[in-house]
Design a protein around this ligand. Structure first.
Ligand code: SF4
Ligand code: SF4
Length: 548
């Protein structure tokens, strides 16, 4: 079986700068004194901390999670005491701070008891849930929660499984050394994915500038039995590792705008994600480390380190021999590569799940912030290289004018931020930075709109509730008034049928009767007493007659 490569639109040939960091084998980074773990290290909802200040945690312990399906939990990468949960600078293009769990490590690296997983007894959905609980995200840079991707793929059904070993951006070699070092785990992970999805075919794609990785994967494939699996060597051409570009190159299928590969029956996963899946299945291990390249002309000893998530960047820099002495004042730090990376304002930020590379350069490789630059001369170079087939110069004008409605019409969100347009622009316009700023503002205004909509709905609900209460109270008062009025009228009607004089007499009689029936007056006199009273009355009468 051999497939015909179809190529993809746009792209460009770049100088690789890969050998600098490949001169040393993969090294294990030592534990730093403390780790900084941002609660959000993936696309989707932020996690909530499950630990408190002063609490002891063990390696692999769940420390942050979310109830949202588009999220990935965070686990403690080593043992220690939670120092604090606080806002810290995080590695992000915005340069903003975010909530992080800071753990002071005790150096013991004690682990929780790993659960034994009986793979044969797991259903597909149980396997995907296990991957979710392990906090696995796409390690190729997208950091999309892998379980969510697998769930959507299983709903659609998968025809072709693609394992992405096309690490196309200059300077970055972490996937290359991963394929050389953990080729067996990659192939076993591919086998687990085949068992979940039962694809018709599986393609493992590696660029031709990685001969050791190709050999290692080829040998691992020979020793393990996988069904309908082919190792495909593709030309080194940027951005051949982009998901849509790789799909088009391998299958000829174009993923429609606004959709992802799993929407058209393809599942594409990075080689490092594959290893994380294998470790979750075989060892019950959560995603607590990754391989990070440290490279560039401003670092003393470039190389690759297997690094715990949360390790401060300055710790890795010191493992790589520190900044080159002659470059200390002018070093420029980038997280990621020169094409898709973003500037770091300091080396105090932590390594996160998305960190594939720390690039230390003497000078910025491309302008990193929108600022002074020459005007667009409408040369059209940017449109020729755009792999997403967009009109970068139009997007630039719209982003500059903050005409975000038109930006969306011109498919701003289809831009994969590959940086090809910026790289070929003769006016050196930092186009990608304009697009990133526009995307952030659009997303922020959409969030604000959602929030204001929610506030409006809450306000309207409260107003309705108060109005309803007012109406109910008024109705109750009206009914009471009517009842009183009706009572009064009935009494009046009853009174009008009686002679007032007779009625008054009747009332007097009733009163007298009431008095006569009082306990005092109802006391019965004995017959002797009665006789004595009568005799006294008689004597008073006789005395009156005599006096006359
Ligand atoms: S950064 Fe965006 S607009 Fe520029 S070439 Fe890449 S995909 Fe096209
Ligand atoms: S490459 Fe630069 S100058 Fe040329 S059209 Fe694009 S934005 Fe304008």
């Amino acid at each position: 079986m051999s497939i015909e490569l179809r190529g993809f639109y746009g792209g460009m040939q770049l100088e690789g700068h890969k050998t600098e960091s490949l001169t040393r084998p993969l090294q294990q980074a030592s534990l730093p004194d403390f780790l900084i773990l941002p609660l959000k290290q993936h696309i989707g909802e932020a996690n909530r901390s499950l630990v408190e200040r002063g609490e002891r945690v063990l390696r692999g312990q769940l420390i942050a999670d979310s109830s949202s399906s588009i999220s990935a939990p965070i686990h403690a990468p080593s043992s220690g005491i939670v120092r604090n949960i606080e806002k810290r600078p995080i590695p992000h293009p915005s340069g903003h701070s975010d909530t992080c769990i800071v753990i002071d490590l005790d150096g013991k690296d004690e682990s929780i008891q790993q659960q034994v997983v009986y793979l044969d007894s797991l259903t597909a959905s149980e396997s995907i849930e296990l991957i979710r609980r392990a906090g696995v995200v796409g390690l190729g840079g997208a950091v999309f929660p892998t379980s969510e991707k697998l769930l959507r793929a299983s709903e659609n059904g998968i025809d072709t499984l693609i394992i992405n070993g096309a690490e196309c951006e200059p300077y970055i070699t972490c996937d290359d050394v991963l394929m050389q070092t953990y080729s067996d785990e990659i192939i076993r992970g591919t086998g687990y994915l085949q068992r979940i999805f039962d694809p018709v075919r599986t393609l493992i794609a590696i660029e031709d500038d990685k001969p050791e990785a190709i050999d290692a994967i080829g040998q691992a494939l020979e020793t393990q039995t996988l069904t309908q699996t082919e190792l495909v060597i593709i030309p080194t051409f940027y951005p051949s590792g982009g998901e849509k570009q790789l799909v088009q190159n391998l299958t000829g299928k174009e993923v429609p705008q606004g959709q992802l590969a799993f929407d058209i029956g393809l599942l594409c996963l990075n080689v490092a994600t594959c290893v994380a899946i294998t470790r979750a299945f075989e060892q019950g291990e959560s995603l607590v480390s990754r391989i990070v390249t440290v490279s560039g002309n401003g670092i003393a000893q470039p190389g690759n380190w297997e690094t715990r998530i949360g390790t401060p960047v300055d710790h890795l820099i010191s493992l790589a021999g520190g900044y080159r002495v002659d470059q200390q004042d002018s070093q420029h730090l980038v997280m990621g590569g020169p094409m898709m990376g973003f500037s770091l304002s300091s080396d105090c930020v932590p390594i996160v799940k998305a960190s594939n590379n720390i690039l230390v350069m003497q000078q910025p490789t491309i302008p990193m912030t929108p600022g002074y630059h020459d005007e667009c001369i409408r040369c059209g170079n940017c449109a020729e290289v755009c792999p997403a087939q967009l009109l970068p110069q139009q997007l630039y004008w719209q982003a500059r004018a903050k005409d975000y409605h038109r930006s969306e019409e011109y498919k701003l969100f289809e831009c994969i931020e590959c940086g090809c347009c910026s790289a070929v622009c003769p006016s050196q316009i930092p186009l990608v930075q304009y697009y990133r700023a526009a995307k952030s503002e659009i997303q922020a205004s959409k969030q604000a709109l959602i929030k204001s909509d929610q506030s409006r709905v809450r306000f309207e609900f409260r107003e309705k509730r108060l109005l309803l209460k007012k109406q109910t109270d008024e109705e109750r008062r009206r009914l009471k008034r009517e009842a009183l009025q009706k009572n009064r009228l009935q009494n009046k009607a009853a009174d009008s049928t009686v002679d007032p004089v007779q009625a008054a007499l009747a009332r007097v009689r009733a009163k007298k009767q009431a008095r006569g029936s009082s306990p005092k007056n109802t006391t019965e006199l004995s017959a002797i007493q009665q006789q004595q009273i009568e005799e006294a009355d008689e004597r008073r009468r006789a005395a009156r007659i005599e006096r006359r």
